[in-house]
Ligand binder design. Sequence first.
Ligand code: FRU
Length: 876
Amino acid sequence: MKIRFSILLLFIGAIFGLMACEKEQKQYVIGVSQCSEDIWRDKLNDELIMGTYQHDNVKLRFASANDDDRLQARQIRRFLREGIDLLIVSPNQLHTISSAIDEAYDRGIPVILFDRKTDSRKYTAFIGADNFEAGWEMGNFIVNKLKGRGNIVEISGLEGSSPAIERHRGFMKAISRHPEIKLIARRHAGWLKQKGETEMDNILDSVTEKIDFVFAQNDRMGLGARQASLKHGFKETKFVGIDALPTPGGGLENVRDGRLAASYIYPTRGDLVMQLAMNILENRPFKRDNYLKGALVTRENADVLLMQGEEMAKQRARLSSLHSKVDSYLAQYNHQKMYLLLFSIIILLLIGIIVYTYRTALAKRRLEREAVNAKLQFFTNISHELRTPLTLIAEPVKHIMTDPNLTRKQQNMLQIVNRNVAILIRLVNEILDFRKIQNGKMELTLTSFNLGEHMHRWLELFAASAEKKHIKLQLYVHDQLPMLADLHKVEQISYNLLSNAIKHTPRGGEITLSATQQDQNVRITVADNGPGIPYDEQPHIFKRFYQTRTSNKGGTGIGLAIVKSFAEIQGGSVTLESTPGKGAAFTATLPLTVQDIKAKTSSTEHTMAQPYEMPANVITGKITNTANNEKPHLLVVDDNADICAYIAEILDPNYNITLAADGREALNKALRDVPDIILCDVMMPVMDGMEFCRRIKQDIITSHIPVVLLTARSLDEQRTEGYNCGADAYITKPFTAELLKSRLQSLIDNRRLMKIAFSADSPMPSIPKSAETIFVDKFRQIIQTKLSDPELNVDRISNEMALSKAQLYRKIKALTGTSPADILREARLKRAERYLQTTDKNIAEIAYEVGFSSPSYFTKCYREYFGHTPNKRQSI
Ligand code: FRU
């Protein structure tokens, strides 16, 4: 089973492992450092984000420096601190950001420059349009438009930024071939519309010549310059820019609408930037310098390009919405996957637990079955073994019992043997029957008989035991109740039910045996008014080997199982009705005519089984007829009459014996008689031996009495339990008469030693303080303090000690060997003796002082005790 669990755990582990592997793919963080914020860069950023859609393992982090070099350098360094795998950077100017970018490069972080460049070679790759080409194209456009003659103004981007430098160079190259074309002014406007307007304002303020064309290095600055120009009333001037963004307000729209004469597509292509980044990160081949294609936009193609751009924008929006949908589905899917996984694990665990529990239950049941079978087999073997020796005991005993020369004692002993052999034979037969039932080999022997007649006989057999417990037996049956059934089994059913009832019904109870005909069946009921059976135990009562919790009466636990089997084998059933505290009624319902093709039928009447006969004598009461005061008084407590009888037989010569059948009866007798020693069984009805022993040891009247527990319970812990109850000795059955005698004798001898100790005027210091020493001390103290009182007598002392006179007598006698009256007299005489020696008082005075009512009686007692008359001089 352990292996199965390990497999299950491995499986679960594997599922988790797989999940973990799924997530194992390397995650990249790319830092994107933008020099400024505008629609061109917004578009680029969007495209970068879309570029990540194809790569699950990439996370972008953006920073925008707002045209501030120092800020951009700081932002790059923050990226480095926080950890990035690749840096995409558009440096604001050529020189100023280089050191931060170099730092990243030196740390081994790949660097992609896009759109703008630095003056350093420390970059992994560049991607962007060819700015020289852009300037060159726009120069040529203007040259063409001016047809080789005219005045131009250039509004340039940020002075130190690479595109501004390169675009100017390209532009100059294009126009320089036409001497009639003059660049009459050039201003830097930092790529900003507002600045474009301002710089144009300045130019217009200072320039007097007519301006035919303004070349702005981007569309935004071009539009700003146009505004300034219009402000100044120059409507003829034409403007060109670069970027040609397809977005609203972008270059394409402005070219289409004529605000700009031309523009140049300065591509963003964030998708390609992303692709390049992934190639570098995933070690795929890439080109170091990647120039993107641009194109001239004029009024002629602006419309088409705009339409194209709008279409592209729509597609991008659609893609983006699709992507967010996919994202949310993916999140849902991941949740579902997790739930599914958890669900699968729970199901697997449940299956595991169920399988485990089922297999454990099966194994347990198998083991139980095996244990029961082994037990039964063992009992059966033993029973078979016992049968022969039992027969060999029973028969010779019966034979010897017929001998007329036997003494009464011998007859008694043989009767005990005979009765107990009968019990053993019945028990052995019961076990063998039970085995037969278990193996399905029990057969029926059908006979015709009159149930009424047999029931009378069966009940009679229990008369003696019922009488012993003062139980009233009643029989209700029709005199003529013919049956065809297995008589032995019907008898066994009745016998078992009756003997159970006798066992459990307390003294003075009532048992009724009845049989009533009901259609084709007969109902045999044994009802008692005993303690009944607890409701929770009722369903188990017919199970083999079942012992009720409350039962301390032993037994094999197969009696009721046999009743059930014997009823069922004859086509009947057995039921129980019981109200706890009010009694129990067992009913066997049997067919009046048992049908069984396999059954053997016997025409002859069944020979009655010889049931156990209870001993005729009632066991309780004093069995020693002539009480001998010299012999110690022994109280024997056992619910088994034979044990009582046997013990009485073997101990009678040495003890005065009183018998009791259960703990309660024995307790009453012990308090009344205060015996010298008690011999007590443990498992008994009403009050068991343990409880009895505990109570004996708790009561000051009886606490000194040695208790010997005599029991079949031989385990060490059972012994310990016995000693914990205060038992002085523990003898297990079977026992030998010799052992029993010597154990009792040694306890009696011990008590004698104690008597010697207690008989001294004050108990010896060697005696540990106990209830007994305290008791004797108290007794002596009462005497010593009230000695001079002539009224002090044993009656008053027993009153003060809250005991009856007889109880005080027995207790003091048991502890000291002397009667309380003798001790009192002795104390008075000893005090008188002291007075004689130490005072001048005369004899009469002393006699009264020590509590004698007359001097003459004092003198008589004194002489008896000391052997001389109370003479003062003599005693000095
Ligand atoms: C955007 C921008 C564009 C220009 C480019 C040059 O920030 O100003 O308008 O073409 O940068 O780097």
